[in-house]
Structures are given as C-alpha cells and as structure tokens.
Write a protein that binds this ligand. Structure first.
Ligand code: SF4
Length: 177
C-alpha cells in the first residue's frame, strides 16, 4: 500500500502550532511510517504538490499570499484541517480587524518606524481588508482548536485521519459544539 501524503502550511500564525506539531517528538516517526510529509515549512519542497491526503493549516488568512496558498492547498487536498485558534477563529491576527487596514499599516510602518517611514507597496504581500479564519474562505474538514493545540491533540487527530477515521473530540475541544 502506498503511503499517504501529509502537508502543513503556515499562513498568518506565530509558528507555535508547527512547534506543537514537532512536539509530537518520536511519535512523528510512527506517523511518518504511514505517511510522507510532502510539503511544509519543515521540509524543502517549494510548491504545494497535487494529490495530498491531509493538509494542516496554521494561521488566519490575512494577505493575498495566504489566500493563494490556502486555495491551492484546498484544491489539491482530500482533507483540510484548521490547525489552531488562528486558523479556527482568526484569533490574534484578527485583532487588527477593528482598526482597519490603513491604520494598521500606518501605525507599523510610519508612526512606529525610526527610519524609512513609508508603507511598502512591493515585496510584501498585500493585506486583505480583514484577517479571517480558514473556514470563511474554503471548506474545512476538521477543526483542531487550541493556542496551540497540544501535541497529544495533533497526534490523536493525525492517527485517526491516517487510519481513515474522523477524530472525535470531547465537547470542550469541538468547535461550534
Ligand atoms: Fe500561534 Fe496560537 Fe495562532 Fe497557533 S493558534 S499560530 S500558537 S497564536
């Protein structure tokens, strides 16, 4: 039997969810005996591949670049997992939503800058008007809340998904329950 393909993507998040993924420690070896990690900030692949079985998404969707990555991941993945509170609810990145995009950019690049006071128009991806949770933009199959979700939670969910089962969480862990 061929191995499953797992991918992780990092949108607008602090990477804490990926650190929690790594905190599975040697349990990762067991997962990787059944599945290959084909795309992730943790591996060197540059393009999101086709035919991914399980994609875990960290972070809210805050920029045009995030949205492009997310749509590609959704298009090429059978199951998409919102990994962590930023992906599930918008969490920290969405705190900027009440201030407006222009005010946020001016505060960061002009008011609090000591040199070169200007909002960059090139190189950095354009901010979307609002930072949004993943499910507002694409279909999500599994929600893993937590800031970050614990390594135990991620391990349990991956074990179940790799085995072809839907992870069942206690009500406190179930988003929208
Ligand atoms: Fe970081 Fe928490 Fe967001 Fe994960 S959910 S990216 S740990 S702020």
């Amino acid at each position: 039997m061929s191995k499953l393909k797992i991918a992780t993507i990092w949108l607008d998040g602090c990477s804490g969810c990926h650190m929690s993924f790594l905190d599975m420690d040697d349990r990762l070896i067991g997962i990787l005996e059944l599945a290959d990690l084909v795309y992730s900030p943790l591996v060197d692949t540059k393009e999101f591949p086709e035919g991914v079985d399980i994609a875990l998404v960290e972070g809210a969707v805050s920029t045009t670049d995030d949205l492009k990555k997310l749509r590609k991941a959704r298009e090429h993945s059978k199951l998409l997992v919102a990994l962590g509170d930023c992906a599930v609810t918008g969490n920290v990145p969405s705190m900027r939503n009440t201030f407006g995009r222009t005010a946020v950019l001016d505060t960061v690049y002009i008011e609090n800058a000591t040199i070169q006071k200007q909002v960059p128009r090139e190189v950095i991806p354009r901010l979307l008007k609002f930072s949004k949770p993943v499910h507002e933009l694409v279909r999500v199959d599994v929600f893993l809340p937590g800031c970050p979700p614990s390594a135990d939670t991620i391990f349990y969910a991956l074990q179940e998904l790799v085995a072809g089962r839907v992870p069942q969480f206690e009500p406190a862990l179930r988003f929208g329950a």
